[in-house]
Design a protein. Sequence first.
Length: 133
Amino acid sequence: NKADDLLKLILITSVCFSILIQIIAFVLTFLFNINFQLGNFIYFLSISVLVNAFYNGMYYINLRKKNFKLLAKIRIFYALIVLLISIIIPFLTKGSIGLILATMIAYAVCAMALFKYSYSKIPRINIENIKYN
């Protein structure tokens, strides 16, 4: 289906643009020694943006495929992961790293779960069949 091919192409393009933007941000951060008063959190920022882009792409693919039951389960699973990690991390470390790490890990786990489910359900991209207007 041409719509499915376009959808997967948009997912790949969004993840590639996210990677490109993160590479540019890393280069600018190290080149100009910019830390934006974030300290070591600057490294988590770029990884979380990439994971979030992949999660949102997988979420919208499943939304388009009307996998509402799966999406509801994933959102509950996301909330449970954030809750558990947010409670456990403060006992192990000091500071506010718990929420940042919890969100990043939850998005990564949920994106992988969505990808695992969606990989076999969505047909492969056939670029030759995509016609541009």
